[in-house]
Design a protein. Structure first.
Length: 78
């Protein structure tokens, strides 16, 4: 759904506002405050621990989204 994709894009923009890297925990906490869709939260909660640049985080998210067959609803992100 387009609304879900836009919500994820807003979450990513807010997550990286003023910083180049975030932790897995940063991503999870911010996703909870953005009330992401359940499928998106499952993907975010499945992120491996570590620090992420936006590119690396998007690669991880996109791999999980495609792997779970959710690209039609959640799209891919950059």
């Amino acid at each position: 759904m387009e609304e879900d994709r836009e919500q994820i894009a807003r979450w990513l923009d807010a997550l990286y506002a003023g910083t180049k890297t975030v932790t897995q925990l940063d991503a999870i906490i911010r996703a909870e405050t953005f009330d992401l869709p359940t499928d998106a939260m499952d993907v975010v909660n499945g992120l491996p621990p570590g620090r992420y640049t936006r590119t690396r985080l998007c690669d991880q998210l996109n791999s999980a989204i495609v792997g779970r067959g959710l690209s039609a609803s959640l799209g891919t992100h950059d």
